[in-house]
Design a protein around this ligand. Sequence first.
Ligand code: MN
Length: 435
Amino acid sequence: MRSVFYVEDDFVAGLLEQYFVGNGNNTLFLKRSPNGNLPQDIDASSIDLFLAQSEDPENLLGILETARQRYRKVPMLVLTSHADRVPEKYKSFAHIVSLPELLESNFRWHIRLAKTMRLVETVKKHFEAAESVLILLQDDPDPDAIASGLALRQVLGRNKQTAPLGSYGRVTRPENIAMVKLLEIEIETVTMNTIKNFERIAVVDLQPPHLANPPKEIDLVIDHHPEQFNYKSHIKDIRPSYGATSTILVEYLSCTNSSIGTRLATALLYGIKSDTFALSREVNEWDVQAFSYLYPLANQNLMRRIERPELPPAALDALSTALKNRRVIDKVAFVNLGRVERDDLIPQMADFSLSFEGIEWAVVSGLYGSNYVISVRVLKEAFGQIGSAGGHASMAKAIIPVSQFERNWDIDPRNIRQMDRKVQQLFLRALHSGR
Ligand SMILES: [Mn+2]
């Protein structure tokens, strides 16, 4: 692979030569051509970047037109201060930057954008004519997925009617609930049946095999988890070296020149923050770049409220009772909250209980409506011992209708204590049989 440069200005040519050749890149500099001619003998499939520099708008358009016809799919970076004279049709595939902008910022970032530009072009074309688009998230949507969904909707130039966010399940983690509440984000619950009503389906922040019911036809997958090959999608953009899907979507947004409002910026920043533990693990340079780009655009006040959701008084009562009654067996903390008014308290307490000293598992349960709800958290390190695949799955949730206790184990549904004991017994048995 090599990069092909059409550069009119000698100073710029010298600069590029130092930068690219100095970095060991295989580059080909083309001669100045006054009529948009490019050499015929260059194989488009061997080019990884086409860079065109010209301060003469007419010349530039000639070059762009030839390149458009001949170098389909090749990332295209245009250096000019006359972006305003470049017709829209070229802006859908070429990334344009002026020399002062380039010197001020990071060259690699703009090449990155030139590459993403080609994907965005394909994505936009594929979704353009669709009447309705479903943006499908995980069964328990997380901040990275929610933010990526919002961003994709904007990239596609749609609203929540023509491109709703959807999930087979619902948001359960307290911070995530706080996020959708405070940022007023709607997520539709979909079923195998209702997804048939959508003309196009995009999946973000996961790959279809991870869904309980993967849709048959998928149009787009954007994700940062290790690539899976056992599914089909019209377009795939899988980047395992990225810390968050939100980072990929920041590139998409930059490519479409769309402005990022406070709400979207806050969502994306939180998406990156929560997936990378505030950039402390599994990040690449683009995550850092996106993070610093979003930071001044986001609302830090909202961010704090999302990260530390307020505990209602009822929760404090439940908390003190539960702590008094906790049981610890084999590095497993069992906390029973009794009857709760908000079911998000259960996963919240499970997170908290995991911070007890010497604890690897936290099993927290509570009675919510007519259901017995159990939330399980495990330290990542503890996974190794029982040979699980690990990944992001460090939590689980189970809902048992109280009537089941009577039917299966002959336990009176009013006897919460006995239900708690039963669950402890079942959990410990399951844990030990897995070892
Ligand atoms: Mn993610």
